[in-house]
Write a protein that binds this ligand. Structure first.
Ligand code: AMP
Ligand code: MN
Ligand code: MN
Ligand code: MN
Length: 277
């Protein structure tokens, strides 16, 4: 049985491990197929350009940020041709959007009377693309909140002052970049958006319409009920199923390679990638 994890992060975005550390950890956990899907960047693959291994196959990927009807939505692109020019310029524009967004988030939080020191946020990010987790860490060290979860709950999560999402490219644009690079567009963690069933169904229709081909039916550990809801949607919408831990760092949320079982009713997104079973 192959162990497949198609959603993970390194310190190039908001994860803790370097690309090489992540690959080593995945391998130690028995992963055979891994995609590193950093937020709006494929920088991790620069460190892994010469990577080749008999046991662990690396599938080039990314997790793009976008928004749809006012909700922040993530789209994973898998099996990408990384040197594709369309993808490269798309990634460059998202990276620019992310740094402009960081300034907007700073302004908004300062308006909310939080003494944000942007230089300090940059220091925390330590060269990686700035995201809300770096702001969360800063708020914790300022003593404004007890922990990261509280920072999101009060200041950075959906609908809060620091939830800036209008900077991102639109959903069809993101899917276009992925498809141009020969990749498969997969809607990430559909239950995380806390949409009504009607709205989620409309999102999946819009996503398919734009050329999206898959959805995550397993994201880290989830309940049987959640897997059932997602696999039914996946079959109904005629999408391919994907699975990934969404690993960010050790001893936090989920472990790399550690996921609920893949539902048999779904056609796997990797079925035509020519992987040896
Ligand atoms: P951004 O890419 O800047 O939009 O930040 C989104 C990232 O924040 C997600 O990918 C998670 O890693 C992290 N995140 C989201 N919600 C929470 C939360 N409640 N607690 C901690 N981290 C979170
Ligand atoms: Mn993240
Ligand atoms: Mn995500
Ligand atoms: Mn993720």
């Amino acid at each position: 049985m192959m162990k497949i994890d198609l959603h993970s992060h390194t310190h190039v975005s908001d994860g803790a491990l370097s690309p090489l550390e992540l690959v080593a950890r995945a391998k130690a956990n028995g992963v055979n197929v891994l995609s590193i899907t950093d937020h709006d960047t494929v920088g991790a693959y620069e460190d892994l350009a010469s990577y080749s291994d008999d046991v662990l196959t690396l599938v080039p990927g990314i997790e793009f940020s976008t928004q749809w009807r006012g909700v922040g939505v993530h789209v994973v692109g898998l099996n990408l041709t990384l040197d594709n020019a369309v993808l490269k310029s798309g990634v460059a524009s998202q990276e620019k959007a992310r740094s402009e967004r960081a300034e907007l988030i700073t302004e908004r939080l300062i308006k909310a009377r939080l003494p944000i020191d942007f230089k300090r946020v940059e220091e925390i990010a330590n060269g990686s693309n700035i995201g809300r987790p770096h702001f969360a860490q800063h708020l914790v060290e300022l003593g404004k909140v007890k922990n990261m979860a509280a920072a999101f709950k009060k200041y950075l999560g959906a609908g809060k002052a620091g939830d800036v999402k209008q900077c991102w490219a639109e959903l069809p644009q993101i899917v276009e970049w992925i498809v141009a690079a020969g990749g498969t567009a997969v809607l990430a963690h559909p239950l995380k958006y806390k949409m009504t069933r009607t709205k989620l169904s409309a999102l999946l229709d819009a996503f398919s319409e734009a050329g999206g081909r898959g959805m995550e039916v397993v994201s880290g550990h989830q309940t049987k009920d959640e897997t059932n809801v997602l696999s039914r949607l996946c079959v109904d919408k005629d999408l391919l199923g994907s699975c990934g831990s969404d690993f960010h760092q050790p001893s936090h949320w989920s472990e790399i390679g550690s996921m609920s079982a893949f539902p048999e009713v779904c056609e796997p997104v990797w079925s035509n990638w020519g992987l040896s079973a």
